[in-house]
Design a protein around this ligand. Structure first.
Ligand code: SF4
Ligand code: SF4
Length: 473
């Protein structure tokens, strides 16, 4: 998601709050040192990188490092390569090879015996690490389209995340990644929303909704125990798009759902997925799971966010070392159920414009959730049309992998967005719907850059617009 650059440089490296410091200490978190998020320090970083790499290679990583047969079939999967077809450094295999050669030199026996034969190599200094940073953060949105199309099952995005995590431990990260990680460690949410701002925004939305519907029965509850749903959101909704919370409240009210937002643990987004820092990932995800426990909720529902869905629904339980005690689902799955059970009535004539759907990489390819949003959209839109390719083969919005927070890579990101712009244009739709706040910003950038006559919306907005309420026009 887009970040406001409101952090004065002098506060970079300020101490984290005491609760976070304790948590980081308890977790043995390598990116937090002396109560501060680790910053770059000159020294033998190349040696440290190799040392950490040797200790962290897991079995799935080793498989992806060793299994590549250099067939080149993944090249055409990558939107970066499609935008620059004459540049071999844009192919997934070349990007992965920059990590693979270090593994071969220092871990794999072939590289230790005959390094020249297997093209093994080592980073020599910080310049080499900086070059690697620009590849793994700047030239890959971790969309996993290449993985999906690799006959050997090589997961290049897994390797990219691994390298990102090692560089994060050394403080060799884009400034945006550092700032967002620090905010998340410090405040429990990635946009440093204060508790006052959070509560006041929810009250404001509740008051607007009450006046719109003419009843005080509609509510946006906070910290209400024993509800059917614990609703978790993306901080972007508080900062830039609070109407999305009002849409959810309107629909839950119509369906008679008992629900609540938590006072703490409401941010389902997780920059640990992007920075490669599993400890940060565990810290953020645990906040959500603990909120559900504390409030005795029966289900965790994740608002429309791709990486938030993947982190909270799938990866977070591993990072946090927790068992999954409660059903955890996307709000789009909740909407589908409410429609199927007849708990809400809709009129698709209220959304007459041609609407197409953009699959978020983290939801479709990495989350296996593809038909549910389509079933909802067909019920609430008069003219739903597919984009091609779609579902697990869809192209990234350009903003995946946390790239929206890394301003220095924006020109390359938008250049690589040409394939997405072509896809969007070919649908002839005037509205593109996506179930991801990150994709909203990525697509909006592409639409503006390539001057497409479209706007971006989310599923909640279209359902809310189609909602038929008793006594309402
Ligand atoms: S990553 Fe897969 S598709 Fe790409 S070159 Fe290696 S084996 Fe071939
Ligand atoms: S994960 Fe996506 S952006 Fe990264 S190399 Fe593969 S296809 Fe390209």
């Amino acid at each position: 998601m887009r970040r406001r650059s409101n952090i004065p440089s002098g506060v970079v490296g300020a101490p984290l709050d005491l609760r976070t410091q304790d948590e980081a200490k308890r977790q043995g978190c390598p990116s937090v040192v002396d109560g501060r998020l680790r910053t770059y320090a000159p020294g033998d970083n190349a040696g440290r990188f190799v040392d950490i790499l040797g200790h962290r290679v897991s079995r799935p990583l080793a498989v992806s490092l060793a299994a590549c047969v250099h067939c080149g079939l993944c090249a055409e999967s990558c939107h970066y390569f499609l935008a620059r077809p004459d540049d071999p450094t844009m192919t997934p295999v070349w990007k992965a090879d920059q990590i693979r050669k270090i593994f071969k030199r220092h871990v794999d026996w072939t590289g230790r015996v005959a390094p020249w034969w297997v093209k093994a190599g080592s980073p020599r200094d910080d310049e080499d690490l900086n070059r690697l940073k620009n590849i793994v953060f700047g030239a890959c949105s971790a969309c996993r389209r290449c993985t999906y199309n690799c006959p050997m099952g090589v997961d290049t995005a897994l390797l990219v995340r691994f390298a990102r995590g090692l560089l994060t431990e050394l403080g060799i990260v884009p400034e945006g990644v550092f700032n967002v990680s620090r905010d998340e460690w410090e405040t429990g949410n990635q946009m440093a929303v204060t508790e006052t701002d959070y509560l006041e925004t929810l009250e404001w939305m509740r008051d607007e909704l009450r006046s719109e519907l003419g009843t005080d029965a509609v509510d946006i509850p906070v910290d209400k125990p024993d509800c059917e749903i614990l609703y978790t959101i993306n901080p972007r909704e508080i900062k830039f798009d609070p109407r999305s919370i009002a849409h959810a409240a309107r629909i839950f009210h119509a369906a008679g759902v008992s629900w609540t937002l938590p006072k703490r643990g409401w941010d389902q987004t997780n920059f640990g997925l992007f920075s490669g820092d599993d400890k940060l990932g565990g810290f953020v995800a645990r906040n959500v799971y603990e909120a559900a426990d504390r409030l005795r909720a029966r289900r965790i529902v994740i608002s429309e966010c791709g990486h938030g869905y993947r982190s909270t629904r799938w990866e977070g339980y591993n990072w946090a070392g927790c068992d999954q005690k409660l059903p955890t689902e996307s709000v789009v799955v909740t909407l589908k159920r409410l429609l199927e059970e007849g708990r809400i009535a809709v009129d698709r004539g209220r959304n007459p414009e041609p609407v197409t759907f953009h699959d978020s990489c983290n939801i479709a390819r990495s989350g296996d959730l593809v038909e549910q949003p389509r079933e909802v959209l067909r019920r609430v839109c008069a003219d739903f049309r597919e984009m091609h390719p779609n579902r697990r083969e869809n192209f990234c919005c350009t903003g995946g992998g946390g790239l929206l927070s890394m301003a220095e890579y924006r020109p390359l990101r938008l250049e690589a967005g040409r394939i997405k712009a072509d896809q969007l244009r070919a649908t002839g739709a005037s509205v593109v719907c996506t179930m991801c706040h990150n994709c909203i910003d990525g697509l909006a950038d592409v639409i503006k850059h390539y001057r497409l006559p479209m706007r971006v919306v989310q599923v909640l907005e279209l359902v809310s617009k189609a909602l038929v309420l008793p006594g309402q026009p």
